[in-house]
Design a protein around this ligand. Structure first.
Ligand SMILES: C[S@@+](CC[C@H](N)C(=O)[O-])C[C@H]1O[C@@H](n2cnc3c(N)ncnc32)[C@H](O)[C@@H]1O
Length: 310
């Protein structure tokens, strides 16, 4: 069995054939990229063959296009397939850290499962920094009916539309089963090993079979919302949309004024709690008594009634 990274390096061409199965123009329209002018920047993370970036260019969009992927083989394939923007062959966090004022940043096709929680946390912060003020971030995950809060790890994988794909090209048939098998690695952290089976059959019936193992970190919408909130990104549900076999969630960068008001509210609460905690038991009791709260059942942090007395 090969590691999945092999699919993105030694067998990148195979991935590019199998994964070319979506309506990229529709996805870009939903991301409202065609409404942006030529001074805007579009960034595709974990780009692989860079289908979205290449479609954008083919459709005549003349803004700044940046694709980022760690695999040199993917960069070569993207260029062979017509990509003509700026392809940064690098780790996503490293490359994105050099970018500012992006209007749209996207992560298509569940690529986020390839990286662990610490990485995603850091990546969301870098995304927030790279976006311009009204910029938007789109991330594709499995539909909630498959990977949801209750059934994260034991999703109904065989019923996914993406489970079996078959492509015929130049006398060759390629069948892909994804996942072919699943094996729970860590149920608490939602880590799974999924094997991917790809069978190549030529005209004469000769078959080649490849099996790759993919270590996947599954993320629920709530987990992603939490990372987003820590990075000061807010959900933009009006821009969410479904694809043939996935769901894109949209986040907007919080405006500076919203960040400031949240920041000062938290600071005020922290300061008042500190004052309350530092006061003597007698003062605390008096304050609570004055506020009309039940002393027995009052816990720190300080309630709003007590704030108003201070
Ligand atoms: C599922 S594939 C490509 C998905 C592609 N965007 C699509 O829509 O089909 C995931 C890609 O992520 C890349 N990748 C994995 N880890 C990465 C990292 N830390 N930084 C950048 N790219 C990474 C792999 O090389 C691979 O090309």
């Amino acid at each position: 069995m090969h590691d999945l990274n092999n699919l993105y390096t030694d067998y990148a061409e195979l991935y590019a054939i199998i994964a070319d199965d979506r309506d990229f123009e529709y996805e870009l329209t939903q991301m409202e990229v065609f409404k942006l002018d030529s001074s805007s920047t579009f960034v595709e993370l974990f780009a692989g063959p860079a289908y979205h970036s290449t479609t954008l260019k083919t459709m005549g969009w003349d803004g700044n296009i940046i694709a980022i992927d760690i695999s040199k083989a993917m960069e070569n394939i993207a260029k062979k397939r017509g990509f003509s923007g700026n392809y940064l062959c690098s780790d996503a966090i490293t490359a994105l850290s050099t970018i500012t004022q992006a209007q749209v940043i996207c992560i298509p096709r569940y690529s986020i499962v390839l990286v662990d929680h610490d990485y995603v946390k850091q990546l969301f912060n870098v995304i927030a920094n790279a976006l311009c003020n009204d910029g938007c971030f789109f991330i594709e995950i499995h539909k909630d009916s498959v990977v949801n809060e209750q059934a994260l790890i034991c999703g109904d994988w065989e019923n996914l539309d993406i489970y079996r794909r078959e492509v015929k090209k130049q006398g060759i048939t390629i069948e892909c089963l994804w996942p072919f098998t699943t094996d729970v690695v860590d149920a608490e952290k939602n880590i799974l090993d999924m094997s991917v089976k790809i069978t190549k059959t030529d005209d004469s019936g000769k078959q080649d079979e490849f099996i790759f193992n993919s270590r996947e970190h599954l993320y629920s919408r709530t987990t992603l919302d939490n990372f987003a909130s820590e990075a000061r990104l807010v959900p933009a549900p009006d821009l969410n949309f479904d694809t043939s076999d996935g769901h894109f969630i949209a986040y907007k960068k919080k405006s500076n004024s919203a960040v400031d008001s949240d920041y000062f509210k938290t600071l005020r609460e922290k300061a008042l709690n500190r004052i309350f905690d530092l006061s003597t038991n007698e003062t605390q009791s008096k304050l609570i008594e004055k506020s009309g709260l039940d002393v027995e059942h009052h816990d720190s942090p300080l309630s709003l009634h007590v704030y108003n007395l201070l």
